[in-house]
Design a binder for this molecule. Structure first.
Ligand code: ZN
Length: 491
């Protein structure tokens, strides 16, 4: 091992997630490290402030810094200025936001161009019949006892949420973006960042713009000549929206009105959520072959179903994701069949957690009856630890209190040697199928977006957020796409 001082933080500890190496951070897509970057800053700006990311070497608070490297934008963990300079991973200070801001504006709070743009937005918004007021830099008194803010433009319309528009001309610092996002979220005001004078198809968008676009879930809102002309023609504020594609590039801009936006319970509004579907896709893709196979089961749930081409294909797919599973199935009597049966039971239990029970494993009418009949069987018994873990993590922990819990306890009394343990292939397979339950980083990201699927939320949380699960959620898997339980449309 080299004894040279290292110039980067090699490992960070993230609260609720665990250790993350610099290497793993570098391997994350920009949307994912961007979410972490925002969450770390938000926690630091929240009341009370907290540091959710720390250097594993000196325990000092850290943040995620984006650096340009050979045309790429790469994330690194960095200590805050004034951190422990004796830390071997310390790289020297970064500029304090206040100092940097002073440099940027030369001390002036806002430029004349900025002011003109704000006035233009207010004028365009005021042409709308439903507009009650559209005011520039109007003091917005807080609903709690913290100091209020002057949004660039505050738009109040009948039958619509209040909107604070913030113009972003040049660099707005991450800490400032964070503070405003937190403030307006607390106040229940939709925060719309409007960019100006940018070529969205340009290669290198500054990090501060990327931060704002990510907050809008991959949407960039611009005011340009076309948007102004359309606003005047339609007598309402129209902006140009650029959606970020999966490759990171922006699609062609389209003209949108404020009524086209979705206002989520957390974070700024958006036209289309370009972040959450990508995060949910990994689990959905892993489950898709099983979902297809389970839906095609015969009405008598014959064991022969589990040897049908659809189940064989699903098993092949899963073994492709977790290669050690194939070996386990070969070495275990009835191994492949046991895995298929386990997945049928797990998917049934999760459909219950999602609010509408669908049984993929038997004809029993509720999840208790299903689990009570299946858990003691020799085919499911080895997975008792897995079942317990899933029921605890999903919104089904109440099941553990009743007869299902008793069956599980009885099974677990058999002791070690009777169960598939955590490092064995079936665990890895279940973790791969259900990253929403088992991957702490993904869970954190989805929580940040208030987009954890209902079935992956702890019970109390699920009850608080969705008191009545909407009808028609046939199963957790299908419902992921249609219902994230987080967005309500306004207008
Ligand atoms: Zn350190």
């Amino acid at each position: 091992m080299s004894k040279q001082p290292k110039r980067i933080i090699e490992h960070a500890l993230l609260e609720g997630i665990g250790p993350i190496s610099a290497e793993r951070l570098l391997g994350l897509p920009e949307t994912e490290w961007g979410l972490l970057r925002s969450a770390i800053t938000d926690a630091r700006r929240a009341r009370p402030p907290s540091h959710i990311a720390r250097c594993l070497r000196c325990s000092g608070p850290i943040f995620i810094q984006a650096r340009a490297f050979r045309g790429l934008r790469l994330p690194y963990f960095a200590h805050f200025k004034g951190g422990d300079a004796t830390c071997p991973w310390h790289t020297g200070g970064t500029l304090h936001p206040d100092d940097a801001r002073a440099l940027q504006y030369g001390g002036a709070q806002e430029s004349a161009a900025h002011r003109m743009l704000c006035e233009q937005i207010a004028e365009l918004a005021a042409t709308d019949d439903r507009c009650v007021s559209a005011e520039v830099s109007k003091y917005l008194p807080p609903t709690d006892n913290e100091r209020g803010r002057y949004p660039d433009v505050l738009i109040v319309r009948r039958d619509a949420p209040k909107i604070a528009v913030e113009m972003q001309l040049s660099n707005t610092f991450q800490t400032e973006v964070s503070a405003r996002c937190l403030h307006y979220e607390r106040e229940g005001v939709g925060l719309l960042w409007v960019l100006y004078g940018l070529d969205m198809q340009a290669e290198d968008l500054p990090q501060s713009f990327r931060d704002v676009v990510l907050r809008h879930r991959g949407n960039a809102f611009l005011l340009d000549d076309e948007a102004v002309a359309e606003s005047l023609a339609r007598r309402t504020l129209v902006l140009k929206c650029y959606l970020r594609g999966p490759d990171g590039r922006f699609e062609a801009g389209r003209l949108i009105a404020l009524d086209d936006l979705t206002f989520p319970t957390r974070g700024p509004p958006y036209l289309e959520d370009r972040i959450t579907p990508g995060l949910l896709a990994r689990g959905e893709a892993a489950r898709a072959p099983w979902r297809a196979a389970l839906r095609g089961r015969s009405s008598d749930f014959s064991y022969a179903d589990l040897r049908s081409p659809a189940f064989l294909a699903a098993n092949d797919h899963l073994c492709g994701l977790v290669p050690s599973l194939r070996q386990w199935e070969v070495e275990t009597y009835q191994g492949q069949w046991m895995i298929a049966n386990l997945i049928a039971v797990v998917f049934s239990a999760l459909s219950h957690a999602n609010g509408t029970f669908r049984n993929y494993a038997s004809r029993q009418e509720n999840v208790q009856a299903l689990l009570n009949s299946k858990l003691p069987s020799e085919n499911l018994l080895p997975f008792a630890l897995i079942m317990q873990e899933i029921l605890q993590r999903a919104g089904t922990d109440d099941l553990l209190l009743g007869s299902v819990g008793k069956h599980l306890d009885r099974a677990l009394d058999l002791g070690d040697g009777n169960f598939v343990l955590e490092y064995e292939a079936p665990w890895l397979a279940i973790e791969r199928l259900l990253p929403e339950l088992f991957d702490p980083l993904l869970r954190f990201e989805l929580e940040t977006l208030d987009a954890l699927p209902t079935w992956a939320r702890p019970k109390a949380d699920a009850a608080a957020t969705t008191p009545n699960p909407p009808a028609g959620l046939a199963n957790p898997i299908q419902s992921l796409k249609e219902h994230h339980g987080f967005a309500h449309r306004l207008g």
